[in-house]
Design a protein around this ligand. Structure first.
Ligand code: 5GP
Length: 201
């Protein structure tokens, strides 16, 4: 049976990871995991597509049943990654991408086999330019985000791969290359190796 790769992707705000990953998931064999949340759906949000919407009671139950790989409370609502969601996609042979912060990535790596990728900006100056060109940051919040980025980049050695997002298309190509390389692991090729080993001559 073919199993996909769980790719856990982190990177500082402004590193462009969302843009890269949206291009990578255009590939039909790659999916983004849909998180669970206790917040109410916004207009246009569809259950099972944008989130798995659930009551707090159900969410707590999922935690108790060990079905939440990591979670966080944000503005009074719980958000988390469902183990069942990730496992069912992987068992369909799909590669699954989780875009998650450094702390969430650590929790996932403690409980599941995964490959971790860190997205780096080409330089801190370029990161600063990218963040300020969004036009959403004051000098204070910009400095906070740059400090936060420095703290996050310190964690990059915890990851298996680092991809520099200089030219977007190159970064997308490199993420695809990582997924292709991971498909060649002997553990992922077990279905073929076992099939060949079963043959009698
Ligand atoms: P929103 O309500 O705007 O959709 O999301 C609020 C926050 O929850 C965002 O910062 C988002 O990144 C975070 N979030 C969404 N899904 C998950 C998840 O599965 N795990 C964690 N830890 N945070 C999540």
């Amino acid at each position: 049976m073919k199993t996909g790769t769980l790719l856990v992707v982190s990177g500082p705000s402004g590193s462009g990871k969302g843009t890269i990953l949206n291009k990578v998931i255009a590939d039909e064999n790659v999916s983004l995991s849909v998180s669970a949340t206790t917040r109410k759906p916004r207009d246009g949000e569809i259950d099972g597509v944008h989130y798995h919407f659930m009551t707090r009671e159900k969410f707590l139950n999922e935690i108790a049943n060990n079905n939440i790989l990591e979670y966080n409370e944000y503005c009074g609502n719980l958000y988390g990654t469902l183990k069942s969601e990730v496992e069912s996609l992987l068992s369909e042979g799909k590669d699954v991408i989780l875009e998650i912060d450094v702390n969430g990535a650590k929790k996932i790596a403690d409980s599941m086999e995964c490959v971790r990728v860190f997205i780096l900006p080409p330089s801190m100056d370029i990161l600063k330019q990218r963040l300020s060109s969004r036009g959403t940051e004051t000098t204070e919040t910009l400095n906070k985000r740059i400090n936060q980025a420095h703290n996050e980049i310190k964690e990059a050695y915890e990851y298996d791969y680092a991809v520099v997002n200089d030219m977007l298309e190159d970064a997308v190509k490199n993420i695809r290359l990582i997924l292709e390389t991971e498909r060649l692991r002997t553990s992922k090729m077990k279905f073929k190796i076992d099939e060949l080993n079963r043959r009698s001559f």
